[in-house]
Ligand binder design. Structure first.
Ligand SMILES: Nc1ncnc2c1ncn2[C@@H]1O[C@H](COP(=O)(O)OP(=O)(O)O)[C@@H](O)[C@H]1O
Ligand SMILES: [Mg+2]
Length: 511
């Protein structure tokens, strides 16, 4: 049996004012809007967001009747509408404040407000008194009470000119008001009065679509945020159901490299197991498990014992009590070379002091830990060395002129990549990173984060010690917090908020 679908849903929602269904637009071969569908109800404030060139202005030009769509349906106020021109749009109650100002600088504010429709008195003369008082009311209506109608429009600041345009559109008492970046040139005070106006007319049933790049503002005032990317709607959500970060991802189609990217860490036997590990002077009874393929964080304040723990794992520091296991085997390295043979590589903190071999070339700095595998009898096989390091440099995006140049001639970020290359060329099973992006610029930092993620995705287990919360947050699937040489806690990804991390880091410090 077929049931009739009720035409009006419960709650007596008003019928929509505007419905776009599969709207398309092409300029020649360039398709600028693809299958755009959304609905606007009376009194709704919609924020239209998107990067430059996403198609926002084109879409609003179509809604206002300035452009014809190449396909799809638009229904306005219950009827399928073919708005052929802006005038028809205005007659239908649609006002559009464009991105480009159309103020005539040589005319007064009042003349601009009445451009093309100056009221005349019975004698057919322009009624300037009427214009002035009506202008005052129009400006006051949007909270721009300080702008005098007699001012020369050209003498106003850009934000004030914008307000004059808004006043002109608002005075038509539109049912749908479209604003293309209305607040981009407004001062905070002007933004506040504009937003007050939006709230007021919304409560009177005016629907508003406004294009903006200011996310905070959009999230504050809008009922829904519509994100357009490459001519397509990618999300249409109330602010409470999205977030700043999500909107940026929707707009750009990219995940920020400085944000955590969820990873599936396979459940398996642990890569590294520490049981009650203590050293002579710093570490006390540390027990933890690091899973294979995991990016495991070590967070703590200066002196918490992060570096000491990494040194213990890589054989640079003596274990006094407790036990370590690597891939199910007892792990008791006598020195770093031993640990390296067992598959543990360290990228130490402080490139300058511990990492680089300053008198050597870029190539030799990278091959240093793997020379044995590149040897041919007693000699280094130069061709193999060049080929293997070259492949790694390419994978890591090391920028240099030649791999024979001294490492000290590279930028900090590139030096750090070379040290990464050295660790990776040793083909470790466990990679230890101590403050891996300390002192590198932001671009190199993003690249290093990508390298860490990719390395872990390829199955390597990574431990990242960092004193930077954003770094821990961006990279780690789990984190152990150390405080004064003891384990203060281990947090799963979903419990890793800054407050908890800091509380644990400071635990044991209150005296
Ligand atoms: N009149 C036009 N003729 C040809 N291409 C256009 C025209 N108007 C816009 N475009 C193109 O359409 C795309 C979207 O532009 P636009 O709607 O202005 O984006 P947005 O307002 O989101 O920055 C851009 O690639 C732009 O070059
Ligand atoms: Mg635009």
């Amino acid at each position: 049996m077929i049931r009739a679908v009720p035409a009006v849903e419960e709650g007596h929602a008003p019928p929509p004012l505007l419905v776009l269904d599969g709207v398309e637009k092409s300029f020649g071969p360039n398709q600028v809007l693809k299958n755009v569908s959304f609905t606007v109800h009376p009194g709704e404030v919609i924020g239209l967001l998107g990067e430059n060139g996403a198609g926002k202005s084109t879409l609003m030009n179509i809604v206002s009747g300035a452009l014809r769509p190449s396909g799809g349906q638009i229904s306005y106020d219950g009827a399928t509408h073919e708005l052929g021109s802006i005038t028809e749009g205005i007659e239908a109650g649609i006002s559009f404040v464009h991105q480009e100002l159309s103020i005539v600088g040589s005319l007064s504010v009042a003349e601009n407000l009445f451009l093309g429709r100056l009221p005349r008195n019975r004698l057919g003369l322009v009624d300037f008194a009427a214009i002035r008082s009506a202008s005052r009311a129009m400006l006051d209506g949007i909270g721009a009470d300080w702008i005098r109608p007699e001012r020369l429009a050209g003498s106003l600041r850009a934000g004030e000119q914008q307000l004059v345009e808004i006043a002109r559109a608002a005075a038509r008492k539109p049912r749908l008001l479209i604003l293309d970046e209305p607040t981009s040139s407004l001062t905070p005070h002007e933004v506040a009065s504009f937003l007050a106006y939006v709230r007021r007319v919304r409560s009177e049933g005016t629907a508003i679509i406004f294009i903006t790049h200011r996310l905070e503002e959009a999230m504050e005032i809008c009922d829904r945020l519509l994100v357009l990317r490459n001519g397509q709607i990618v999300s249409d959500l109330p602010p409470g159901r999205t977030s700043r970060a999500q909107i940026i991802r929707d707009m750009t189609g990219k995940q920020s490299l400085f944000e955590y990217q969820p990873r599936a860490v396979p459940v398996s036997a642990p890569a590294l197991l520490l049981s009650d590990v203590s050293d002579r002077d710093h570490l006390r009874d540390i027990s933890l498990e690091v899973r294979r393929g995991e990016v495991f964080g070590l967070f703590g304040l200066v002196g918490a014992g992060r570096t000491e723990l990494l040194e213990t794992i890589c054989g640079a520091r003596r274990l006094r009590a407790g036990r370590m296991e690597l891939m199910g085997q007892r792990h008791a390295p006598v020195d770093p070379a031993h640990a390296l043979r067992d598959g543990v590589a360290l990228v130490p903190e402080g490139r300058k002091t511990a990492g680089i071999l300053p008198q050597h070339s870029v190539r030799r700095n990278a091959s240093a830990a793997a020379l044995r595998s590149m040897a041919h009898g007693p000699l280094v096989a130069t061709a193999i060395e060049a080929q293997r390091t070259g492949a790694e440099f390419k994978a890591l995006g090391v920028r240099m002129e030649s791999d024979r140049q001294p490492i000290t001639t590279l930028s900090g970020g590139n030096q750090q990549k070379v040290i990464f290359a050295r660790a990776l060329l040793a083909q470790p099973r466990l990679l230890l990173l101590d403050e891996p992006t300390h002192g590198v610029d932001i671009g190199a930092k993003a690249e290093l984060y990508e390298i860490v993620r990719r390395t872990a995705d390829e199955g390597l287990t990574v431990i990242v010690a960092s004193s930077e919360l954003p770094e821990i947050n961006a990279l780690c699937d789990r984190v152990a917090v150390l405080s004064k040489g003891r384990l203060a806690g281990i947090l799963e990804r979903d419990k890793m908020d800054d407050a908890t991390l800091l509380r644990l880091a400071f635990s044991g410090h209150e005296e």
